[in-house]
Ligand binder design. Structure first.
Ligand SMILES: O=P(O)(O)O[C@H]1O[C@H](CO)[C@@H](O)[C@H]1O
Ligand SMILES: O=c1cc[nH]c(=O)[nH]1
Length: 290
């Protein structure tokens, strides 16, 4: 079946609609970052850059680090952008854009998020690095795809019960990162945990500036939640979408985050760029060995 023009949308030069990329312009190993300016913070360590493209919040550079071909792409903020980035990256490798047919031989990408996040446990300090073993998504993206068979209902239901989750919000979904990648990137200096992915930075993460929150105790409930000795460790805005769509599309994903805030202690990093740079250098050296 040929995918119609309204579903698989290509630009005049044959590139994919939002990312503005051609299949030959991406590597099988992809680093995602939220902030477009972080793309160059990664690629400044590359030996060579062969592609540089930018459209909206999606800035992409592909090049070589120690002979490893890597693409770095910014996703902007939020899982709505992740839906675009993951589906379009997948289309670039798994759909023949000329015939508009799905390929028979599928390619599995390695997708590595290098992000920033806020800790919700007192013992996770600012300026530390945390790998997400799994993500709990409050964004609802997973529910729009055929995904029921992949849900961790026991974890999700325990969370809903313990936090008295308001049913007017999306039902949280729990999805794992790739266990091989997690083992590959793990070291004695990294924390590991369960990352909650929120649909906003302020109210949805319990931040109060001028607006009253629906539930002032929500962050405390999230902090206290425990299931099979697992706790939610940190909050950010993309990981659940990346894990969910990677799982559905057959890609391998890991999310690594530099901890900028500790919400329990009320602290925020004064050396954020240094911490992010250290995360980038450590991650690149592990990526070179993939
Ligand atoms: O630094 P990035 O990767 O953008 O990640 C975090 O920072 C943004 C909020 O400031 C959100 O995107 C959140 O997930
Ligand atoms: O507290 C934080 C810090 C970074 N990113 C988030 O989404 N939350």
């Amino acid at each position: 079946m040929q995918l119609p023009q309204s579903e698989l949308i290509l630009n005049k030069d044959g590139s994919i609609y939002h990312l503005n990329l051609l299949p030959k312009e991406i590597a099988d190993t992809i680093i995602t970052v939220g902030d477009p300016e972080r793309v160059e913070s990664v690629t400044r360590f590359f030996d060579k850059i062969e592609v540089s493209k930018h459209k909206r919040e999606f800035k992409t550079q592909t090049g070589y680090y120690k002979n490893k071909r890597i693409t770095v792409i910014s996703t902007g903020i939020g899982t709505d952008n992740i839906d675009i980035v993951l589906n379009e990256l997948d289309a670039l490798v798994n759909i023949d854009l000329k015939t508009r047919q799905l390929k028979k031989e599928l390619t599995s990408l390695n997708i590595i998020r290098l992000g920033t996040s806020g800790a919700i446990q007192q013992n996770i300090p600012i300026d530390s690095i945390l790998i997400s073993k799994k993500a709990l998504g409050f964004d609802g993206l997973f529910h729009y795809y055929e995904s029921k068979h992949l849900r961790d209902l026991a974890f999700e239901n325990a969370f809903v019960e313990q936090t008295q989750w308001d049913e007017a919000k999306n039902y949280p979904y729990c999805v794992p990162g790739d266990s091989d990648l997690i083992a590959h990137f793990d070291n004695e200096n990294t924390y590991k945990g369960v990352t909650a992915t929120n649909i906003g930075f302020y109210g949805p993460q319990g931040r109060k500036l001028r607006l009253e929150l629906a539930d002032n105790a929500l962050n405390t409930k999230i902090e206290n939640f425990q299931y099979n000795s697992e706790k939610i460790t940190n909050l950010e805005m993309e990981t659940s979408g990346i894990y969910a769509l990677s799982l559905l599309l057959g890609h391998r994903a890991i999310s690594i985050n530099a901890i900028m805030a500790n919400r329990i202690n009320g602290t925020f990093s004064k050396q954020g760029s240094k911490t992010v740079e250290s995360m980038i250098i450590q991650a690149l050296d592990r990526i070179a060995l993939l």
